[in-house]
Design a protein around this ligand. Structure first.
Ligand code: ADP
Ligand code: MG
Length: 702
């Protein structure tokens, strides 16, 4: 909206001034008229009707009365004074009660003047009264821009200290709308407004702050939510179009030797249908002439690595190099192992580069890369460094995207004259709604099928007080020949405490499962690597029954005979982490069990997390639940992703359907007019420009 009055500094608004302007800026980031106008209420209270005093009952929620204070009276002991105002309408009298601000109340309100009173009736000394009601003169009440539902605004402690509360903000909105309401111009094309029967912008802004009634409020909110979601989608989709136009992708036309040989001679098991489908999607991208930017979602254990490898073989067959970037060294090493296992009979050169690669080796790798002798490089962030130069990088695979910032992705792009194709893999399934916004410029492929023969893990939640039953269960499983993981949380800030918990837990386990009859491995981050490897190896070979470990095994070993996982202090893990951990079992032919141990006292949120884990093994459902419990801003990694998740009005979980409408609309418009050059779309181009100017960090760099 390029209405000059809306750009005015908030300090010029009647009722604000420099002091309050500073507070509003510091506490709510409100600096202009427009900022305030778009500071939306978090709830509305019905003030459309007046009640009569004789009808009041103590169970009522907030109600509104109109009448006069006929008398004031001080009551109570000197150190516990209260002020009573006897409030009367034509039907009866009710007591208004104040415990604080007595002097001020007494001075501000006059006997026998007409007031509008708002509050919740309560029962006190067998009488219905109203404690600390809102009181407003009738003139004031009628002077409001529009009556009906009352908006309530979020403020902060500091603002409240300076008497800027919800009511103050309402007054300011009132002043603001008086001044600007006739100057607000429409911000969506008229065709769109008509087609979706949207409330015009000026009406919507008026009614979100001062709704006439429920229906007007609903329409206002719908319109403003739509607009917010629509422009985000339009922005993302247009960006994506431009990216496609701006860059040519390398064309991988050849179906070459490596892929063929691998597929026919070395594929260890038939691909699942989902893997086949996804591979087809990737191959289409790679041959299209446009740069691929694809997100590969697939639950833990769904076989993403194999898909990545086969995509890589296509790149190599066409004379290009490839790389895989993982967020941690352990993950990178794990990729190296599984890739090497797959290609050990093929002429493919693979190496590992991480932060701990020695200088000499590093130099060698750099040389080989630049000469094109090294075909596939697997590693961590170390790959991004400027010293890492490829001869001809054609495909980048990024694992666990959510842990990488968007800017890091961009840096990998620059490793060739044309940007390489990008395949982003994530094991944390991102709910569709979030993906549509956060990764809206990526195409999405989903592996929604696990390899055959996997039995879903059975999960139960046990409180500490029932530990003896868990011990019995463990004994039973060991006697059946199974192995058991026991996992402890290890969170850096309290590393010492956590280690202590693990050590105590280990001692406890030894007491219940003493040698020589039983053998227990222990693995944690503070051990020397050789020790760790040896301990792990014993477990892998089936020589120990139990492995007590910190979350290092989250990404570690593959032990099909380990069919039980006990997660200690499960309440301290996030949902996606629990899901990842649980993915370590259920890989063999045995029924597997996951036991979530928790302390007896749990927060509501923790309770919900554990219940979710017990209810389902479906990663998508878990991710949806996570989103609902925590809200989108909290989903791991989205905070660094550079996308604004602080919606002003829309709610990404609740407004799912509207998001789809907005996205489809944006697509439709861009399909018809990709550059928004048509007359009727002028307004869209301007709005996008305004958004871009306002938030430089808003754009989605991929
Ligand atoms: P993730 O998607 O979690 O990265 P992985 O790629 O590590 O999963 O695969 C999990 C396990 O399943 C690996 O041991 C892998 O070899 C195996 N696997 C992958 N694809 C198949 C398949 N089509 N049939 C059977 N096993 C498979
Ligand atoms: Mg994996």
């Amino acid at each position: 909206m390029s209405v000059p009055v809306l750009n005015k500094d908030i300090k010029y608004l009647p009722g604000v001034g420099p002091k309050r302007a500073k507070l509003l800026r510091e506490e709510l980031s409100i600096t202009t008229y427009e900022d305030l106008l778009y500071y939306f209420p978090y709830k509305h209270v019905d003030r459309t009707t007046f009640h009569q005093v004789r009808d009041i009952t103590p169970g009522m929620s907030n109600i509104q009365l109109q009448g006069k204070i006929v008398k004031f009276e001080l009551a109570g002991k000197p150190n516990k004074r209260r002020l009573i105002g006897y409030f009367s309408d034509d039907t009866g009298i009710i007591e208004l009660v104040w415990f604080r601000g007595i002097q001020w109340i007494r001075k501000s309100y006059e006997v026998n003047r007409t007031y509008v009173v708002f509050g919740k009736p309560t029962l006190f000394n067998q009488k219905v009264n109203m404690v600390h009601p809102e009181v407003e003169s009738l003139e004031n009440y009628q002077g409001k821009i529009q009556q009906g539902f009352e908006a309530h605004y979020q403020t902060t402690e500091r603002l409240k200290k300076h008497y800027i509360n919800s009511r103050t903000l309402r007054k300011l909105q009132n002043n603001l709308l008086q001044e600007v309401k006739d100057e607000i111009t429409e911000s969506l094309p008229s065709g769109l407004v008509e087609e979706l029967k949207l409330m015009p912008l000026n009406q919507a802004l008026l009614n979100i702050h001062f709704p006439k009634d429920q229906e007007m409020l609903r329409k206002a909110s719908y319109r403003l939510k739509f607009e917010e979601l629509f422009y985000i989608q339009l922005n993302i989709l247009q960006y994506k179009n431009q990216r496609i136009q701006r860059f040519n992708g390398f064309v991988f036309q050849q179906v070459g030797n490596l892929l063929n040989t691998f597929y026919h001679d070395h594929l260890p098991f038939p691909l699942t249908n989902a893997q086949k489908r996804v591979l087809k999607e990737i191959r289409k991208d790679l041959g299209s002439g446009q740069q691929m930017n694809r997100l590969l979602q697939g639950d833990v254990g769904s076989g993403k690595t194999l898909v990545a490898l086969m995509s890589i073989l296509i790149a190599l067959d066409n004379g290009y190099q490839a790389c895989i970037m993982a967020p941690t060294e352990i993950l990178a090493i794990q990729h190296l192992h599984s890739i090497r296992k797959f290609v050990n009979q093929l002429p493919v050169s693979v190496r590992l580069l991480t932060g701990s690669t020695p200088q000499g080796e590093r130099r060698e790798i750099h040389d080989q890369l630049q000469r094109g002798e090294l075909q596939l490089l697997i590693g961590t962030h170390a790959l991004i460094e400027d010293t890492v130069q490829f001869y001809n990088l054609g495909l980048v695979v990024i694992d666990e995207q959510h842990r990488f910032g968007v800017a890091q992705r961009a840096r990998l792009w620059k490793k060739n004259t044309n940007p390489p194709h990008i395949l982003v893999m994530t094991a944390t399934p991102i709910p569709r709604t979030l993906a549509m916004t956060a990764y809206g410029d990526l195409d999405v492929s989903v592996i929604d099928e696990l390899p055959p023969g996997r039995k879903p893990v059975k999960t139960a939640h046990f409180y500490e007080s029932k530990r003896y039953r868990v011990i019995e269960f463990m004994r039973k499983m060991i006697h059946q020949g199974r192995q058991i993981f026991i996992v402890y949380p290890l969170i850096t800030e309290s590393e010492k405490l956590d280690l202590k918990a693990l050590e105590e837990g280990y001692d406890n386990i030894l007491r219940h499962f003493p040698p020589p009859k039983y053998a227990v491995s222990v693995v944690h981050g503070k051990m020397r690597p050789e020790e760790k490897d040896r301990s792990m190896e014993l477990f892998v070979q089936g020589k120990t029954h139990i492995m007590v470990a910190t979350t290092v095994i989250e990404v570690g070993v593959d032990v099909p005979n380990a069919s039980v996982m006990i997660i200690e202090n499960a309440e301290r893990f996030g949902l996606s982490q629990l899901h990842q951990l649980r993915g370590r079992i259920g890989r063999g032919r045995f029924q597997s069990y996951c036991v979530l141990m928790s302390s007896d006292k749990l927060s509501g949120e923790a309770q919900k997390r554990l219940q979710t884990m017990v209810r389902t093994t479906d990663g998508f459902e878990i991710a949806e639940a996570d989103l609902k419990i925590r809200g989108p801003g909290d989903i791991e990694g989205t905070q660094q992703s550079g996308i604004p998740f602080e919606f002003k009005i829309a709610n990404i979980t609740r407004d799912n359907e509207l998001l789809k409408v907005a996205r489809n609309m944006a697509m439709q418009i861009l399909e018809e007019d990709p550059e928004l050059k048509q007359e009727k779309n002028q307004i869209l181009a301007e709005q996008l420009q305004a958004i871009a100017n306002k938030k430089k960090n808003y754009s989605v760099v991929s």
